[in-house]
Write a protein that binds this ligand. Structure first.
Ligand SMILES: Cc1cc2nc3c(=O)[nH]c(=O)nc-3n(C[C@H](O)[C@H](O)[C@H](O)COP(=O)(O)O)c2cc1C
Length: 251
């Protein structure tokens, strides 16, 4: 594989342009001014003077608090306020993380959809535990969730799949998510093939595509406060039938 990549790179008519681009990227990467400096004391003092200190979080139901924050995020975030990082571990114990979209949430858990044979699908089949992270930059808040993962029902996955745009439905059939794609044309060929296969008919949910539900064992709500003295509220329960206990954490 590596050999092929190297040969392709040598034959690449764009190589001179790519080389210039690589040099530009190297310069950017070494440009230390790209990382913003930490706020100064004066910055914080201005922040404290203009913003009213919010009341301490005192919610007892993490799902209610999450819904409140998600609703605010969906109003404020320019894109995908329901996006979350999904962390899993592979068979060697090495963590893996990627963004997915939250498609449903209720006291049973957080639901997202994807390919069962993708890296995340395989990792979750082998080790059905996950962590989720929502980071809403415009609100300066994050929510962490950890828990166990179960498949959604087929009926739930069918119902959600039916709401997707037809090209996205065809894409779910055509994409061997996370496996090696020889070139873009191979994907376009597969999309054309599945398009022909389903014609104008209904596109059913592929057997390799479904939903996952993360049932939380713990939540952490984090709110930015000046001088990095952030507020952290944790909700924990030993089993799904148990009530939530809360505690605050040092920032
Ligand atoms: C904002 C955002 C939302 C995404 N939502 C999903 C999703 O809901 N389901 C999904 O399978 N991939 C989604 N992706 C793509 C994944 O991040 C990832 O590339 C893909 O699932 C393959 O990951 P894997 O190789 O770890 O399985 C999203 C990417 C971004 C940036």
């Amino acid at each position: 594989m590596t050999g092929n990549v190297r040969v392709n790179a040598l034959n690449d008519p764009l190589r001179p342009r790519n080389a210039a681009r690589s040099r530009a990227i190297a310069a950017v990467v070494t440009d230390k001014t790209l990382i913003p400096p930490s706020p100064t004391e004066d910055d914080y003092v201005r922040q404290v003077a203009t913003a009213q200190a919010p009341e301490l979080l005192s919610e007892t139901d993490p799902f209610a608090l999450f819904s409140e924050w998600l609703a605010e995020a969906l109003k404020k975030e320019p894109n995908d306020g329901n996006a979350m990082a999904l962390a899993t571990v592979d068979e060697t114990g090495l963590p893996d993380v990627r963004m997915v979209l939250l498609k449903d949430v209720d006291p049973q858990g957080f639901v997202f959809y994807g390919n069962l044979e993708s890296a995340k699908g395989r990792e979750l089949a082998a080790n059905p535990k996950a962590a989720l992270l929502f980071h809403w930059k415009s609100l300066r808040r994050q929510v962490r969730v950890r828990g166990t993962v179960t498949p959604t029902t087929d009926a739930e996955a069918d119902a959600y799949f039916a709401t997707r745009a037809r090209p996205a439905q065809l894409g779910a059939w055509a994409s061997e998510q996370s496996r090696t794609l020889p070139d873009r044309l191979a994907l376009e060929k597969r999309i054309a093939e599945v398009g022909l296969r389903f014609g104008l008919g209904k596109v059913p949910r592929p057997p390799h595509w479904s939903g996952f539900r993360v049932a939380p064992q713990s939540f952490e709500f984090w709110r930015d406060r000046p001088f990095r003295l952030h507020e952290r509220l944790v909700f924990e329960r030993a089993a799904e039938a148990d009530g939530w206990t809360t505690r605050r954490l040092f920032p």
